[in-house]
Design a protein around this ligand. Structure first.
Ligand code: NAP
Length: 261
């Protein structure tokens, strides 16, 4: 099975921690040159410094707010001068929790812009290089809510579904160019985001962090949270030549937690 990414360049968004960081590490392990994007320059630099760089690979970082579309396109555009980007991990922070019916209309608009409009702008910047190479791997980090809405994540449920349908449409359009488009759906994954959610739930309910985690894990068939590296293993496969015939799918990495096929 060919998992080798030597000669490939990858853009990993949301790469300063959690799932994005794990994906950056995995792609670098497989031989890719990686461009890490997030707001925290210091965290990104520490990750860049620790990535394997055999073969003279030049890993780099872009410290910017992806909600600033002008800065996003200028930053990624400047990096294209160093070579085309063949792999894109499309990842960013999730919308704030809360029910759908009480969410401000502006919260839907902001999440749509962050997760879809800005992604569309970035897509159009990356596509010419992927087409030139006849090799493109677009991987959207979404949520299992694409298959089964999650209570109290009203805005997120709505926006994730929109991105999933965007991706499915793109998969049909871009297949002839050798570009695959897939969605990876994390279940409960041990990242700083999950840690802060658990801490918040514990303080709200007068329970300990351990009690909250135990109750959550009891619902998961594999009885534990995922390690971000387990998510990144799936991303590494889908980014590789080995996954050339896989496109337009949703892959949950959720320990069996989603109650639908
Ligand atoms: N962990 C889970 O259990 C879980 C479950 C289901 C879905 N998800 C979803 O999967 C995605 C990744 O999850 P995670 O747990 O790894 O999230 P996380 O720990 O919150 O990490 C999010 C990453 O996105 C970056 N980011 C956020 N806003 C940004 C912005 N405006 N511009 C540039 N970068 C930005 C953050 O870096 P900076 O702060 O440095 O910018 C960070 O690197 C999220 O969308 C999350 O909602 C996670």
């Amino acid at each position: 099975m060919n998992l080798d990414l030597t000669g490939k360049r990858a853009l990993v968004c949301g790469a300063s921690q959690g799932i994005g960081e794990a994906c950056a590490r995995q792609l670098a392990e497989q031989g890719a040159e990686v461009l890490l994007l997030a707001r925290s320059a210091e965290r990104l630099q520490a990750i860049v410094d620790s990535l394997p760089n055999s073969g003279g690979r030049r890993h780099a970082l872009l410290a910017l707010d992806a909600n600033d579309r002008e800065a996003l396109l200028a930053g990624v555009g400047a990096e294209l001068a160093h070579g085309d980007l063949h792999i894109w991990i499309n990842n960013t922070g999730g919308p704030a929790p809360g029910p759908a019916n009480t969410a401000a209309p502006e919260a839907f608009a902001a999440a749509f812009t962050q997760h879809l409009v800005n992604a569309q702008a970035l897509l159009q910047l990356l596509l010419p290089g992927m087409r030139r190479a006849g090799y493109g791997r677009i991987l959207n980090v979404l949520s299992t809510s694409v298959k089964q809405p999650i209570a109290n994540l009203g805005v997120s449920n709505t926006i994730r579904a929109a991105v999933a349908n965007w991706a499915k449409t793109l998969a049909s359009e871009l297949g002839p160019d050798g570009i695959t488009v897939n969605n990876i759906l994390p279940g409960l994954t041990r990242t700083p985001r999950l840690d802060s959610l658990v801490a918040h739930m514990a303080s709200q309910n007068g329970r300990t962090v351990e009690q909250v985690e135990a109750a959550m894990q009891a619902q998961i068939p594999l009885r534990r949270f995922a390690d971000p590296a387990e998510f990144a293993n799936v991303a590494g496969f889908l980014a590789s030549p080995a996954a050339a015939y896989v496109t337009g799918i949703n892959v949950p990495v959720d320990g069996g937690n989603t109650g639908s096929l």
